[in-house]
Design a protein around this ligand. Structure first.
Ligand SMILES: NC(=O)c1ccc[n+]([C@@H]2O[C@H](COP(=O)([O-])OP(=O)(O)OC[C@H]3O[C@@H](n4cnc5c(N)ncnc54)[C@H](OP(=O)(O)O)[C@@H]3O)[C@@H](O)[C@H]2O)c1
Length: 375
């Protein structure tokens, strides 16, 4: 996909439920949209809401109708091609759902036509409009693989869509074809499937959207996915930008000199206001080391010869441990032991600051097998 140009997605069945939730997310990140649904007024309401954020072409119609599919392809052409096609429009069939032995075959044909044949028909209609790297997502269901009683019509239509997606991917290795189970969602279709149940405990369709976005933005291989098992990288804790440890100290200037002048940390921000003084120091790459009491006691014993640290100990890697320790002691730190060679090959030295904080200085000899330093 060319990331410099706005992307365009065709999302079928986007007047409500999952299709609408996905359309809103795509609009919020600048994708242009082509959407459809049979019900005109709900589709128009969806278009009006989405067009506050992006360019939207809404085409009312039925995916089972060839003329309608040609209109979708025409809109895709006008938009400069598609970067994503999401075959989401689908029907449940009768509600309550009949068992297979009683399933009216003319209705089964309608279900297959909408849920299985039309997704392929839409793909065929827009095949020449797919931009290089375009993604195709066919929305399926857990009912495609689980033998739930009463789900024979809908479930088998989704099972066929899954195998159709598999083979389409095998026949077109240059395409990314995903068939995705979105999980149970609190939507009109779900309420139709469980007409007498309170479905307010089911997740909203928005919760299945990040997984779909990951497929659209990432480069995962073609295949079957469960949307809620796909965590989009930018919604995970990897969003964390910085670790900041805030220390409250009695001797502000002494501590500033200690960390800034002796340890050589760079000042990022400094303020002195009526409400108080503060200093933010760049401390290079930061890590949090979690240890149990027994590991803490082991390190204390190596560095200080006794169990001495509390819940927090700061550790700084320095290039010359002797020089750094001398400088910190000149700034009021108390040595709690000499430099010791640790079992993992570093030189470590324990000090206590004037504020009572335990500090480990370490001079790395070598990384351990994991490439991590133990301090
Ligand atoms: N909800 C769940 O728990 C669940 C679980 C597993 C899988 N899924 C799958 O997730 C997808 C979205 O389901 P949902 O729960 O969001 O359903 P929904 O609330 O019923 O929404 C379906 C959307 O598709 C449109 N649509 C239906 N038939 C169409 C047709 N023939 N042509 C064009 N548009 C059509 C509907 O509008 P009109 O009716 O106005 O056409 C509506 O916009 C479906 O593929 C469904 O099978 C849902």
């Amino acid at each position: 996909m060319n990331n410099d140009l706005p992307h365009t997605a065709l999302v079928t069945g986007a007047s409500r439920g999952l299709g609408l939730a996905l359309a809103h997310r795509l609009a919020s990140v600048g994708w242009n949209l082509i959407i459809d649904a049979r019900g005109e007024s709900a589709l128009e309401a969806a278009r009006a809401g989405l067009s506050e954020q992006t360019r939207v072409t809404a085409i009312p119609g039925d995916v089972t109708d060839e003329k309608h599919r040609r209109k979708l392809a025409g809109a895709a052409h006008e938009a400069g091609g598609l970067d994503a096609l999401v075959n989401n429009a689908s029907v449940l069939g009768p509600s309550p759902q009949p068992s297979l032995l009683d399933y009216p075959l003319d209705v089964l044909e309608e279900v297959y036509l909408t849920n299985t044949i039309s997704p392929l028909a839409v793909i065929q209609a827009v095949r020449d409009e797919l931009n290089p790297g375009a993604r195709i997502i066919n929305i399926t269901s857990d009912a495609a693989v689980e033998p739930y009683e009463g789900w024979g019509g809908y479930g088998s239509s989704k099972a066929a869509l899954e195998q159709l997606s598999n083979i389409l991917a095998a026949e077109n290795p240059d395409l990314r074809v995903y068939h995705v189970d979105p999980g149970d969602m609190r939507t009109q279709m779900h309420q139709e499937a469980f007409p007498d149940e309170d479905i307010s405990d089911r997740p909203l369709p928005e919760e299945s959207v990040p997984g779909l976005m990951r497929l659209l933005n990432g480069d995962l291989p073609s295949g079957r996915y469960q949307a809620r098992n796909l965590i989009e990288p930018d919604s995970s804790p990897k969003e964390l930008r910085e670790l900041r440890v805030a220390l409250t100290i009695d001797d502000f200037d002494g501590a500033a000199a200690f960390y800034r002048d002796e340890l050589g940390l760079t000042v990022v921000k400094e303020w002195s206001e009526s409400q108080g003084r503060g200093l933010i120091l760049e401390a290079g790459p930061a890590t949090i080391e979690l240890v149990d009491h027994s590991q803490a006691a082991y390190i204390d014993e190596i560095e200080a010869g006794e169990r001495i640290s509390g819940p927090v100990r700061l550790a700084f890697e320095v290039p010359d441990i002797g020089a750094a320790a001398d400088a910190l002691q000149n700034r009021g730190a108390k040595a709690l032991g000499g430099s010791v060679e640790t079992p993992w090959g570093d030189l470590n030295r324990r000090l206590r600051t004037a504020e009572g904080l335990q500090i480990t200085l370490y001079q790395s000899q070598d990384s351990n097998a994991d490439g991590k330093e133990m301090a």
